[in-house]
Design a protein around this ligand. Structure first.
Ligand SMILES: [Ca+2]
Length: 263
């Protein structure tokens, strides 16, 4: 009896050990897997994904500081830039005469009619920024233009923004239906900022922080435009050189007061 009871206890102990082992094995395997995973991968797995509006994913950010190009080089065929209607005669040249980010800006002068097309900017809010330097001896009228439709063939063109930097009047002049003028600032880098809301069809132009005008995106200049940022056109109109640098097309900055989870 005693041997049988001892045997029974031994069997129970073995069964209990096997049971414990069966529970501990998966844990041991998981631990081994966890220790085999690199810390970087683990961080990636647990990192919360920040939700982004569709427009941001579709269009993204764009900017150009002209610093990666050779100084005094033609921008036609570089960085997506080209002369109007893809004509090299409309090109402009990088320059280190003036720059807000060194070494280069782009000099818009004489026959310069420099275009950069964009794709996918069809909804939401966007900020178009360009820094501009107009020398003291500036002569002529040079234009900053944004189009909602553009093609090289010239078959579908529609202007949304056309601002005249007028050396004769010494004024910045909105040529669109909203009108508006501001004194021309020379011999200093000045921010041009265009606040575009494609969803609500609004557009406001700021010169050195001052609002030049507020109007619509689709009807301010040509009329019957569409919800689309198609191209920028830096048009010298045979004026003397002015300089652009640090041009960008980005979403509006995220309000600082929003909780981090919503940014
Ligand atoms: Ca630069």
């Amino acid at each position: 009896m005693k041997k049988t009871r001892q045997l029974s206890i031994a069997v129970r102990l073995i069964l209990a050990c096997m049971l414990l082992l069966s529970f501990s094995l998966p844990l041991t395997r998981q631990s081994a897997q966890a220790s085999a995973t690199s810390p970087t991968t683990q961080t990636t797995l647990i990192k919360p994904q920040t939700p982004q509006p569709a427009a941001l994913i579709q269009a993204g950010n764009w900017s150009d500081n002209f610093d990666s190009y050779a100084t005094d080089s033609s921008m036609h065929g570089q960085g997506g830039w080209k002369g109007w209607q893809n004509n090299p005669a409309g090109t402009a040249y990088t320059s280190d005469d003036h720059a807000i980010s060194t070494p280069n800006s782009v000099s818009i002068s004489a026959a310069s009619d420099l275009v950069h097309e964009y794709a996918g900017f069809t909804e939401g809010e966007w900020i178009y920024t360009a820094w501009q330097f107009i020398p003291t001896d500036f002569a002529g009228e040079s234009y900053f233009i944004l189009l909602n439709q553009y093609d090289d063939a010239g078959s579908t063109l529609n202007w949304s923004v056309q601002v005249d930097f007028n050396g004769t009047l010494n004024q910045v002049v909105n040529t669109g239906t909203s009108g508006g003028t501001l004194p021309l600032i020379k011999d200093a880098w000045v921010e041009l900022r265009v606040e575009i809301d494609l969803t609500h069809d609004t557009c406001a132009f700021f010169y050195d922080g001052q609002q030049l005008y507020a109007g619509t995106w689709t009807a301010e200049v040509s009329g019957s435009g569409i919800s689309n940022i198609a191209a920028v056109d830096l048009f010298a109109n045979n004026a003397s050189p002015i300089f652009y640098d640090d041009i960008s097309l980005t979403p509006p900055p995220i309000p600082y007061y929003l909780p981090i989870i919503l940014r």
